[in-house]
Design a protein around this ligand. Sequence first.
Ligand code: ATP
Ligand code: MG
Length: 565
Amino acid sequence: MSTAETTPTHFIRNIISEDLAVGKNNRRVHTRFPPEPNGYLHIGHAKSICLNFGLAAEFGGLCNLRFDDTNPSKEDVEYVESIKSDVRWLGFDWGDREYYASDYFEQLYQYAVQLIKASKAYVCDLSADQIREYRGTLTEPGKDSPYRTRSVAENVDLFQRMRVGEFPDGTRTLRAKIDMASPNLNMRDPVMYRILHAAHHRTGDRWCIYPTYDFAHGQSDSIEGITHSICTLEFEDHRPLYDWFLEQLNIHHPQQIEFARLNLTHTVLSKRKLLQLVQQGHVTGWDDPRMPTLAGFRRRGYTPESIRSFCERIGVAKRNSIVDIAMLEHCLREDLNRRAPRVMAVLRPLRIVITNYPEEQVEELDAVNNPEDPGMGTRKVPFSRVLYIEQEDFREEPPKGFFRLSPGREVRLRYAYIIKCVDVVEDPKTGAVTELRCTYDPDTKSGSAQSNRKVKAILHWVSAAHAIEAEVRLYDHLFTAENPDDVEEGVDWTSNINPKSLETLTSCRVEPFLANASSRSRYQFERLGYFCVDSVDSSDRRLVFNRTVTLRDPWAKIEKAQKKG
Ligand code: ATP
Ligand code: MG
């Protein structure tokens, strides 16, 4: 099933089509992706990026990249840089439209003054705790702040003095004057500005008052002339507040549209939690190949195409749900199957000696690079007397249903010959199998007239003298539980971390074709999965691969069953 055929339309696309049909916004479509630079982007953000940039491209519009950097205590330029490279990697371009909410601090300040002068905002001396007490609950209305009735002149003066730094952190706030009895808690005189004597990664020490996200976000969209302000469902209850600000200020009014955020099984998608994983050393960093960050997926070997295809397929809805991570892996396999060259590698080597093969002889056998794409050509694979096969492809006493190598049995070596195991060499102390003695049948060379003699298994292998040593890292889900956040009271979500999410194999052997494999290049190791060269730890002297994904595709089965049913 190709992606194009299954691409469903969705309600946001329909809204934009209708707006264009009636000539709204002068037929402009202008969206934005507005990350807060307080962490690395994760796959949930990819959904939002694909949606915002995708819709703009589809309707001939524009999409801005805007950093919503209103909280200096958590933000950092490292995050700004990582976000830019991740958006680019995913395949999107914001042109020269790289914006920062902090660029609008002066304008936002003037908007605040405008509201004060219209008696729509006031300086409040209640502490954060008191504000919370006064706010009331879902069932009880709030109480007016005693400072709510301050005169315009006093408010203008106090707000100006807040700005120049006369007051310590937390002593005063600027609040919108709306309705302390509103059934929507967001409308109960929300804070617009707080005092924070903290350096900002862009504005330095110029400001010691910072706008709240709720005050900055909608106005920033308005300043940029955004037409469709697409955000996740948790902002639905904030929309009346954003509308209120825009109406009071009488400025351009983008239309906010909410959609359900992406959740994925066996992982967490919250920057706060991802930061905790990094800080507590559960992973090696934001780009650890087990992380659901775009940096992690990239290092793991994911293609941007596979992530974009996944984001198309999951669709856009109004109801929260959890997507099976098997679906993401399915999109990845589909893409890698088309483009990754096949090679042979042995993860846990078992030495075999072909006793009837001449000592010094080496044959260069033809191997197909990708059966899915003949255009990718063939390569030569050296065959010689001493080879390695996978330990698990041999059983001294084969159980029922095991058709691979065992004493007296024949198997085919891929692209080579049929071999037969004639003797097993064991370590005299431990009894462990250290070597197999085999014979080969010279008449069974792949591609020859008799090459189709039937045997039950085809094994991958490498030539011992020609193979290159490599380290291979095998990954499993970072969390054992499907929903790591679903824990009993008193139990921490980190208790769901999978202790076996990483297995490192240090004495693997790969075929010589991979000698010059470049950083991040991707391959299918026959029968073992898709792998890529690690961009951080691999070097000229040490070849390190990450397993991107195994070959077995549970999602393909699910999809098939769904089609039938
Ligand atoms: P987190 O919950 O991970 O901290 P956030 O919403 O605080 O995420 P922002 O930097 O504010 O992170 O997000 C930028 C944009 O990405 C926002 O428009 C937000 O709605 C969207 N976004 C964040 N997480 C998801 C998700 N899981 N699915 C879809 N969109 C998301
Ligand atoms: Mg947010």
